[in-house]
Ligand binder design. Structure first.
Ligand code: NAG
Ligand code: NAG
Ligand code: NAG
Ligand code: NAG
Ligand code: NAG
Length: 477
């Protein structure tokens, strides 16, 4: 009787697989069929088959039929694609019990029986699904995404008993394609779209980021319009150039891809200094740098007049994105405004440098009551003045004369402390310097706070320094 039942089950089992075969064939990789050697599989599994058949054939006949029960509780199994999973179905008593595993109410696995139809090998069923020796569990090897589903373990006896497990297959994220519109060559002011096609189960989430000057930075809401797998960035600026990353994760694993964006547009010109001091017969080098993509053409102008490459008066040296104009003035006419201009297919940009004979004052700094600055002058410096105005009252500008220090290489580092001469309060200060040619322009204002020593205990000197520096910085910005 047991044998008859088994053979019915076997028939069901085969039918079910043939049905499954035609149902799922379209999604299979035909190559798998060729790769499987059915004979080998049979040989490998023969020992298991015999052991199981012997046990069922001999012991089961002699034993009384007592109803077995299933000890295992229905379970939700999670498995990662490509891994093995064992679905439990512990029965008691275990001896001689035959279970039938059913998938999605239609696909059968019984004992350790193998399908005989060679076509079924294309599913890997006989390789991947088995009932481990001495158990009634179902072992699935190398799980595929389509193995997801409901698996029922049924005891084949008069009083049927069963449990149903759910199997969910997880797949780590895989980035299929990460692309940027226009192959990542974007024109400044236009828009671009990054698309990151990912697969995975559960569906992966994406984090977008960009390598910038301050390292890798995650793109935030304000940076673009986000959808599940794309980000749209509008009105692209030069700073948007760089490497973009798509980072996909889903709790099972993560994956990352990158794409490079080049923003093309008008060049940007920067000059090393905006005012340069020189003198008759003293060589001056005016330096200009260009940020561009695509490469631009660099030209120089003197007081609005284009300087030809062939000019003997001026020498122009351009290497890549840098250009120097060297001039040795012969007379007063050679001083003036020099303009560095860069032009590419998207437009042009320029910056000017004044070449002057007057002194050039730089780096005016405030440290408590102490002011410091640097003077450049090829002609001897004759006079230095600080002009001060009390910011608390309706103060008039006051002029303080500063002694001229010893210069080196036409540079004068000046330090001057305002102590004692002033009442406590806040002052606005600027500096101007005269050489034997003319006065310099005023510097930008700096702000100084003077506190008398006898009232200093109320304000610490370090907080003064800080306040003064901050005020100075605010003004410079
Ligand atoms: C399986 O995954 C789900 C989320 O998809 C989770 O809620 C559940 O706890 C997981 N179960 C196990 C046994 O890891
Ligand atoms: C097995 O597959 C071959 C070719 O795909 C087909 O011709 C044959 O009929 C199939 N056999 C069965 C029993 O389905
Ligand atoms: C199965 O059970 C038999 C007898 O109970 C034992 O000899 C054999 O080692 C067991 N096989 C496995 C794989 O546990
Ligand atoms: C520099 O650019 C300004 C506009 O930004 C333009 O008016 C001027 O003519 C340019 N100068 C030169 C010398 O190209
Ligand atoms: C420009 O001048 C600077 C300073 O003399 C020098 O370091 C640089 O290499 C020069 N650049 C070019 C393009 O000639």
């Amino acid at each position: 009787m047991e044998l008859k039942r088994l053979s019915i089950c076997m028939a069901l089992f085969l039918l079910a697989y043939i049905a499954q075969c035609s149902e799922a064939r379209h999604s299979r990789d035909r190559r798998e069929v060729d790769d499987v050697h059915y004979e080998d599989v049979l040989a490998d599994e023969a020992t298991d088959d015999e052991a199981q058949n012997d046990a069922e054939g001999n012991d089961a006949d002699e034993e009384e039929e007592t109803d077995a029960i299933i000890l295992t509780q229905p379970t939700n199994y999670n498995a990662t694609l490509g891994k093995d999973i064992r679905l439990e179905c512990k029965v008691s008593p275990a001896d001689g019990v035959v279970v039938q595993w059913t998938r999605n109410d239609g696909k059968f696995f019984i004992g350790t029986q193998k399908p005989l139809d060679q076509n079924l090998t294309s599913y890997g069923i006989e390789n991947r699904f088995s009932i481990p020796a001495n158990s009634t569990d179902l072992l699935i090897k190398d799980v595929k995404l389509y193995d997801s589903g409901a698996y029922k373990c049924d005891i084949l006896q008069m009083n049927r008993a069963n449990i149903e497990h759910t199997l969910v297959i997880f797949e780590p994220p895989k980035i299929i394609r990460f692309t940027a519109s226009d192959d990542g060559q974007i024109v400044e002011g236009s828009d671009f779209l990054l698309t990151c096609e990912v697969s995975g189960s559960p569906p992966p989430q994406i984090v977008w980021s960009r390598d910038g000057e301050n390292g890798n930075k995650r793109l935030a809401e304000k940076d673009g319009e986000f959808t599940v797998n794309s980000v749209f960035i509008k009105n692209v600026r030069r700073e948007h150039s760089g490497k973009y990353y798509c980072y996909a994760f889903n709790g099972v694993g993560s994956n990352q891809a990158e794409v490079y964006i080049t923003v093309k547009g008008k060049p940007r010109v920067h000059v090393h200094k905006t005012v340069v001091n020189s003198a008759i017969n003293v060589e001056a080098v005016l330096q200009c740098a260009v940020h561009d993509e695509p490469t631009s053409h660099i030209r120089w102008y003197k007081d609005g007049q284009h300087i030809k490459e062939s000019s003997t008066e001026f020498s122009i040296s351009t290497r890549g994105q840098h250009s120097n104009l060297t001039v040795t003035p012969d007379d007063d006419q050679d001083f003036g405004t020099f303009t560095c201009e860069a032009e590419n297919e998207f437009g042009s940009h320029n910056r000017s440098i004044d070449l002057v004979q007057s002194p050039v004052v730089e780096h005016l700094q405030v440290d408590g009551p102490r002011l410091s600055w640097t003077i450049h002058s090829h002609q001897p410096v004759e006079q230095i003045e600080i002009q001060l105005k009390d910011m608390t009252g309706e103060g008039e500008w006051r002029t303080l004369s500063v002694p001229v220090p010893q210069g080196r290489n036409h540079e004068y580092d000046v330090v001057y402390t305002l102590d004692d001469q002033l009442q406590s309060g806040k002052y606005e200060a600027t500096v101007k310097v005269k050489n034997d040619k003319s006065w310099s322009a005023h510097t930008d204002s700096a702000f100084v706070e003077i506190v008398y020593r006898d009232s200093a205990h109320s304000i610490t000197s370090s907080s003064l320094v800080l306040a003064a520096s901050i005020m100075y910085l605010l003004v410079r910005m």
